[in-house]
Design a protein around this ligand. Sequence first.
Ligand SMILES: *Cc1c(COP(=O)(O)O)cnc(C)c1O
Length: 392
Amino acid sequence: MNLEIKEKENQYVMSTYGRFDICFKKGNGCVLVDDENHSYLDCTSGIGVNSLGHNHPEVVKVIQEQAQNLLHVSNLYYSEPMIYLAEKLVTASHMNKVFFANSGAEANEGMIKIARKYSYDKYGENRNVILTLKQSFHGRTMATLSATGQDKFHHYFYPFVDGFDYVECNNIHDLENKCDDKVCGIMMELIQGESGVVPLNVEYVQQVEKLCHEKDILLMIDEVQTGIGRTGTLFAFEQYQIHPDLVSLAKGLGAGMPIGAVLAAEKCQNTLQKGEHGTTFGGNLMSCAVANKVMEIVNQPDFLYEVEQKGNYFMNQIKAISSSDIKEVRGKGLMIGIVVDEKKRMDYVNEFIKKGLLVLTAGIDVIRLLPPLIISYEEIDKIILIMQEVFQ
Ligand SMILES: *Cc1c(COP(=O)(O)O)cnc(C)c1O
């Protein structure tokens, strides 16, 4: 890569990221091209963001048209893209109302505030604890870091936000034990993404829902990574046959434009009133125009069915690679985790890069695949060939 860029990054940008030595210039569909004209098959989607791949013609067209009209006007006024997007999200989710933000963490902050205020309005002070799962990931702001159930995130930045406690995944007894009269919400990813593509059991999640209903605790589902078609249904919660009180979205909703959203069910649709929450960029015309297009394309039975089918095919093809290097393959739709030897993981990742394949990691021993939802069977086959070479 252009070493000047690397040097300048080192000089001018805070060193919060460990970057690979690749500088990307353009992309098309599932293919990314670097500054030396090397092509890569992209199984990262910008960490679950570019759900329609790169340079999608309809997305480009929406961006061009919207840019010529208006980018942003603030939430002091109405604008069409935001309202139409709200209608689409509410209708598709069977929830009641939406609040627009700019990122996953910010959407989760909104969920946390709604859960606490809902409880405050109804039960007064001191019922404000939110239970989250161990190994969860909910974001990098102070409250969402506090919500994240991994010790490694709980250093340096003291004091963290009070009122969070952590329970074991798929263990209803642990949850029942910690679910005292101070708890106002339970927040979880249905497939834990960052910690290793770990799906929760359906039975467990349904028990959690039941407990929430019995105690009037809000069920808060973080669909920042799993949402908008990633797992083969528009929302992962559909596959668990539950009705969450709150759902957060971000990543894939904007297909590359920054956007986050919180959906609220009837119970808490009016919990936040005028002046009680806000964000300057939230609901801007540009992000919402693109998200409308994403919803139009992704929220089609045929499209979602294809994601499910391609995901099953992809997972089965990986499982069919006979290699002791692959310990387990798991996931749903096009959210796939390959468990490998922790010590060899980065070697595999670097071998993939040499052969023109980009993947993500998760947890300590998982290679994570989040390809664009528009990936073709031919591209999956090419990826499988590369994996065969590397794993065998
Ligand atoms: C990525 C992610 C977040 C944080 O989203 P940002 O847009 O980075 O703030 C929160 N929750 C889950 C499940 C995620 O995967």
